[in-house]
Design a protein around this ligand. Structure first.
Ligand SMILES: Cc1ncc(COP(=O)(O)O)c(C=O)c1O
Length: 443
């Protein structure tokens, strides 16, 4: 299998990690380069080279392998019907504390979209987290935990006026925009609100780039922030997102410098901004070679110091994938193992979960989860194509990524897909081909 931390499940996570790291770093590097090569739809070019983590050792230690022992014990004891995601809320709490330590000056706004389960929201609310929301629905979900609306940001730059009005009515006071039309909608539906403008950033090194659809050019951002008070709004700051699963902690520096230039430009028009929103992008540990969160904290603190010196802004972060990704393990059943011809050297392994059942981020083979059989096998591993169970030919998970599974894998065997706590439950279709949405259990 790919990028596998393949020690015995009884070995300590740290031990497994060091065993596996020796063999898998090169594999991971190759895989990351392949990810970029295999994703023409995301528009990589000479200007957007393949992400590489070759420089990461310079800035950070590697993140330790996630400790999934509690989940594995639960799965072994309960043997839930598959497909089933089990999420360990203690891991969420550990991640929260890790980020707090890495970036003590930043207020954490958990990106609810990554996993909006009430259990996750309640745990984070109890820890003191604030929340970044994408819709009126997510705002309702956060309010249902009892969280103060002042701890909610409406971070989507594309909002219906009626949803802005709803947010304003319930007490949300912080809104994102990246266009004049959106700014005017906010002015009409949420008079007096604080607004921040999202800027376009390049975000090299992200496995799930977000550099096209959201944000505007910095000059436009400055102009709109200067316009905001004339519309009765409070111009509050600048936001960006350097791309999800961002493997290069130095990517924040350029965007922070850009934010400072916007601060200076608006100040020259008498508009003093207060806040920089560093977005998400902090990674889940899908395999070895991922920098530790402390490395991100150090690189960001350095960049803030270089750009803002002794006039530091308020800083917020919006982690999604980092906060919940490693907290989940998904158990799935092999529905079919087959070959396409007598001389086919790869088996097709069809699972009871696929791209429509929650693994949407396998699109372009961008996010490559670690996948292991539940039962140890003495058989050698052999190459596989992994696919989901639906009658849709797009429902192929991994074809080019080079996954391998034991040669004796059979129908009915179970596999575990690791670090699947983020962007899975909410991506699963409601009833596509008659399959039920992904079930999740929170422990
Ligand atoms: C506005 C905003 N903030 C935060 C996030 C979370 O990003 P990540 O999961 O990479 O931390 C996203 C993801 O799409 C986003 O759109």
């Amino acid at each position: 299998m790919i990028a596998a931390w393949d020690g015995s499940e009884t070995a300590s996570p740290a031990r497994r990690f060091s065993l596996e790291r020796e063999v898998d770093n090169r594999t991971m590097q190759n895989n990351l380069a392949k990810v970029a090569r295999n994703r023409p739809s995301r528009g990589r070019s000479a200007a957007h080279p393949a992400p590489s983590n070759s420089n990461l050792k310079l800035v950070s230690d590697e993140a330790a392998a996630p400790d999934h022992r509690r989940i594995l014990a639960y799965l072994a004891a309960e043997k839930p019907a598959t497909p089933c995601l089990v999420v360990d809320l203690d891991i969420v709490a550990t991640k929260y504390h890790g980020l707090r330590q890495a970036l003590p000056a930043a207020e954490i706004f958990y990106a609810v979209k990554a996993n909006p389960a009430p259990e996750v929201l309640a745990r984070l609310a109890a820890l003191g987290s604030s929340f970044d929301t994408a819709s009126a629905g997510e705002i309702r979900q956060v309010l249902a935990t009892g969280a103060d609306p002042k701890r909610i940001s409406f971070g989507n730059t594309i909002k219906k006026t009626s949803d802005i009005a709803f947010a304003h009515e319930v007490g949300v006071d912080l809104f994102a925009f990246d266009s004049e039309a959106e700014l005017r909608k906010i002015a009409a539906a949420a008079p007096g609100a604080r607004v921040f403008c999202r800027i376009l950033v390049e975000g090299k090194g992200a496995l799930w780039p977000l550099n096209k659809k959201f944000g505007c050019a910095p000059e436009m951002a400055a102009d709109l922030l200067v316009l905001a008070p004339t519309l009765g709004l409070v111009p509050y700051g600048v936001s960006f997102h350097v791309g999800s699963q961002q493997l290069d902690p130095t990517q924040w520096a350029g965007a922070i410098a850009e934010a400072k230039r916007i601060f200076d430009r608006t100040a020259s028009h008498g508009v003093a901004l207060k806040m920089v929103d560093l977005g998400g992008g902090f990674p889940a540990t899908y395999g070895p070679g991922i920098p530790a969160v402390a490395g991100y904290g150090a690189a960001i603190a350095r960049a803030l110091e270089e750009s803002f010196g002794d006039r530091q802004p308020e800083v917020i972060v919006e982690p999604g994938r980092y906060m919940v990704g490693d907290a989940g393990v998904l158990e799935t059943e092999v529905v079919l193992v087959s070959r396409k011809s007598y001389d086919d050297d790869r088996r097709w392994v069809y699972l009871d979960i696929g791209r429509f059942g929650g693994l949407a981020e396998a699109e372009g083979e961008a996010i490559r989860y670690r996948i292991r059989p539940v039962s140890q096998s003495a058989a050698a591993e052999a190459p596989v194509v992994l696919a989901g169970p639906t009658c849709d030919s797009a429902d192929i998970l991994y074809d080019k990524a080079g996954y391998a599974l034991p040669a004796d894998l059979a129908c009915g065997d179970r596999l575990r897909i690791f670090s699947t706590g983020a962007y899975t439950t909410t991506y699963s279709a409601v009833n596509f081909n008659g399959f039920a949405p992904l079930r999740a259990i929170y422990i």
